[in-house]
Design a protein. Sequence first.
Length: 215
Amino acid sequence: MKALALAMVLLLAFPVPLFSASPSPSEETVLVSGFEPFDRWDSNPSGELAHALNDTMLGDVHVVGVVLPVSFEDAYPRLRMALDRYSPSAVIALGLDGSARAIEVERMAVNLEHPFMFGFSFVNGSGPLLRHTRLPTSAILAALHDDGVDARRSWFAGLYVCNHVFYRLLGNAARRDVSAGFIHVPPLSSQEPSGMPFDVMLRGIRTAVNVTVAS
């Protein structure tokens, strides 16, 4: 699906979010978002990861998790509400790529989306075509590989809600001058034979948070 959407780009060249208690002013906060289940996926590991990380400490860093609706209209406003409330130093948005076999660290968001079967539109009519991640992708990938977690670099986050959130998040992060980006996770091993165990995913995202904070 992502490959088909990439070809199109080249041719065209509410549940309550999981907010933890407010951190103390002295704590550094990292925001991790995921999505609700959708379509055939009765469980979305990205949302489960955000749930598992919510209100936890990684060293001196307080992690806040939020679960977003799979909706072009509602997903980013929910994330922006968390950004305004917590003023995090870094944001890692997560999503499910049902065809992935590894954690995919995304490199760029595209100012194009496919909200309807036969329709395309811009995410932001006055924005640039591409926005590049603000995460230290090479360092994250190296750390994941060192930790034995399957991971790869991905250059395209699709044209659906994940990319929509990614693109708008990067615009907000640039204004705030904070680290931010998007990581796709594969299905759980209980969902697909080629999927990944939840504990491995969780270890990988914790690693990504630690590397981002240290960079």
